[in-house]
Design a protein around this ligand. Structure first.
Ligand code: ASP
Length: 598
């Protein structure tokens, strides 16, 4: 039977002992990493979240009873050991933080026994993630994962302390609310007291934080849980945490300034990395034109180059016709890859097609000056020279071109190829931390599905003042006072200056296809608040999970979430979602399941 810890008090965690503790009597508690009996000695590695400490049981020191008990220790038993800290002398273990010392045990209690765990509690295991997630509490005992969760806690702590210093108030907002439009599907919670009505779980606290500004709170932040019912992509979760903030009486530069210092502080404190300030900024249009992405990976070059003008009269009809129709021809120069085998080029062409291109035109200029190409035969020597010159192509380089009537297609295809080539050719400096602000996003994006414009950020984003007149004349060209912070090609966060004028907000909703009735039904409370004195305000939200993922050096956000969900949105440990256990619950909610779901 498991023993109690009555009368015992843990002295400290395993790695808090060091050579200065030699000679002290201590009581240590934790899990048995492993225990081995070597004749008259039992060596036990004791583990807690801080690390490992060696315990030695010797019959002459601890007595026969304790020694016999030590012989029964198995991996993952939870024990309490009292003993004396001593030096390991010449037998130091350089791989352990506590490798210079050990505990010579005097007393032992087995606080809890363990079955053999379904996978070893150690780093670098090959166990399938789904199994690890089913036994997440065991998975979290593994040092590499425990370290990541602890670092995340550190990040949250540092964020709080920095923002509090800067005058931000931490204010919680409800999670049972009305829908907030962040462009995803809501999770709904049926109301028992109002049959047929539903709360929505917040996709973000957007409207509430704006109302806190109307309330005069001036500067707010929160580590906010957000819920978006989307199909899960690689680093998304249906519920996640944002470092969410809002500030009054500020414009774009003010938000950027305080956030640069926040990022600098976090990376210095947590990663020992010094981010030089100011962080570079790039307008959205330049990011798209140069990198084919609104979150460019700045760790390598290979910019997209526009050659529409160079090829508009050339002999290759695909380019010529595209230019004549007002389309775009752009290319990338892949340095030193003229020798790339045809098969590989074909694979990139396939990738280009999957990304939406009709085809990929390519030309390689060999070291001896000869060319291989899918289209060079249609061009004169002069035209080829002009094209190569415009692309900065020298012998040994490979050129890839995409043409299309839609510039979005050209951006997307070349942006995709650039990233793939960057990875495949190891052009990315894996040690670099390349931050970038992307600014001046378009206010609207066209949705074929809806047949109208929708807000690229959200409907409460302020257009750039100079673009306001275009709301009626050229809606698609209106730019927003919106910004994203990008790290190494991923979006860490984004935000905007908000509309604080009732008339502009009304107009914005109208432009987004809301009738006054719909607007009133969904955002009436906000519109009403806007009639009672609203400070100009702006904000930003980071995905804490993604930020933590980068900071701990993981390639999945699941590593920094204690209990994450898997691809289909389920939790393999709790088995959620699950049918309701008691039918009465559904009745109370006024819900009847469709036949096929019963
Ligand atoms: N609510 C926005 C989001 O979740 C962030 C912001 O505009 O502050 O993306």
């Amino acid at each position: 039977m498991a023993e109690s810890m009555k009368g015992l008090q843990r002295t400290c965690r395993c790695t808090e002992l060091d050579e200065s503790s030699i000679g002290k009597t201590v009581t240590m508690m934790g899990w048995v990493q492993k225990s081995r009996n070597k004749g008259g000695l039992v060596f036990t590695d004791l583990r807690d979240r801080s690390g490992i400490l060696q315990i030695v049981f010797e019959e002459c020191d601890c007595g026969a009873e304790v020694f016999e008990k030590a012989g029964r220790l198995r991996s993952e038993f939870v024990i309490a050991v009292t003993g004396v800290v001593r030096s390991r002398g010449k037998d130091q273990n350089k791989d352990l933080k506590t490798g210079a010392i050990e505990i010579s045990a005097r007393a032992l209690r087995i606080l809890s026994e363990s079955e053999v765990p379904p996978f070893p509690i150690e780093d670098g295991i090959k166990t399938k993630e789904e199994v690890r997630l089913r036994y997440r509490y065991l998975d979290l005992r593994r040092p590499e994962l425990a370290r990541k969760i602890m670092t995340r806690a550190q990040i949250a702590f540092k964020v709080r302390s920095f923002l509090q210093e800067e005058g931000f108030l931490e204010i919680e907002t409800p999670t049972l609310i009305k829908s907030t439009p962040e462009g995803a599907r809501d999770f709904l919670v049926p109301s028992r007291l109002h049959h047929g009505s539903f709360y929505a779980l917040p996709q973000s606290p957007q409207l509430l934080k704006q109302l806190l500004m109307v309330s005069g709170m001036d500067r707010y932040f929160q580590l906010a849980r957000c819920y978006r019912d989307e199909d899960l992509r690689a680093d998304r979760q249906p519920e996640f945490t944002q470092i969410d903030m809002e500030l009054s009486f500020v414009d774009v530069d003010d938000v950027i300034e305080v956030n640069e210092r926040l990022l600098q502080y976090l990376f210095r404190e947590i990663c020992n990395v010094e981010i030089p300030l100011p962080i570079p900024r790039m307008r959205w249009i330049d990011a798209m034109e140069t990198y084919g992405s609104d979150k460019p990976d700045m760790r390598f070059g290979m910019p997209l180059q526009d050659v529409t003008d160079v090829v508009k009269d050339c002999g290759f009809s695909v380019f010529r016709d595209c230019a004549a129709e007002g389309g775009w021809v752009k290319g990338i120069c892949v340095k030193g890859q003229a020798h790339m085998p045809r098969k590989k080029i074909d694979a990139y062409a396939e990738m280009a097609k999957e990304a939406g291109a009709k085809g990929l035109a390519w030309l390689s200029l060999q070291e001896d000056g000869s060319r291989k190409s899918s289209f060079a035969k249609f061009l004169s020597e002069d035209e080829l020279k002009a094209l190569e010159g415009a692309m900065g192509c020298v012998p040994g380089d490979l050129l890839l071109f995409v043409s299309d009537k839609k510039r979005e297609t050209v951006w997307n295809v070349l942006g995709t190829l650039r990233l793939a080539l960057g990875r495949d050719l190891s052009l990315i400096d894996e040690k670099a931390w390349k931050f970038l602000w992307v600014t001046e996003f378009p206010m609207f994006e066209w949705s074929d599905e809806l047949g109208r414009y929708q807000a690229m950020h959200h409907p409460f984003t302020m257009p750039m003042e100079e673009d306001l007149p275009m709301l009626d004349t050229d809606q698609g060209s209106v730019r927003a006072k919106a910004y994203d912070i990008v790290l190494n090609g991923t979006e860490l966060g984004g935000g905007s200056v908000r509309i604080h004028q009732a008339d502009v907000q009304e107009k914005m909703l109208e432009k987004l296809g809301f009738t006054p009735e719909m607007a009133d039904q969904q955002f009436g409370f906000l519109m009403q608040a806007f009639h009672y004195g609203v400070p100009p305000h702006a904000g930003l939200a980071y995905g804490l999970d993604r930020l933590a993922m980068w900071m701990v050096g993981s390639d999945t956000i699941r590593d920094v979430i204690a209990f994450p969900k898997i691809k289909d949105g389920s939790d393999p440990m709790m088995d959620a979602p699950a049918p309701v256990f008691d039918q009465q619950q559904l009745e109370d909610l006024g819900i009847r399941l469709a036949k096929e779901n019963q």
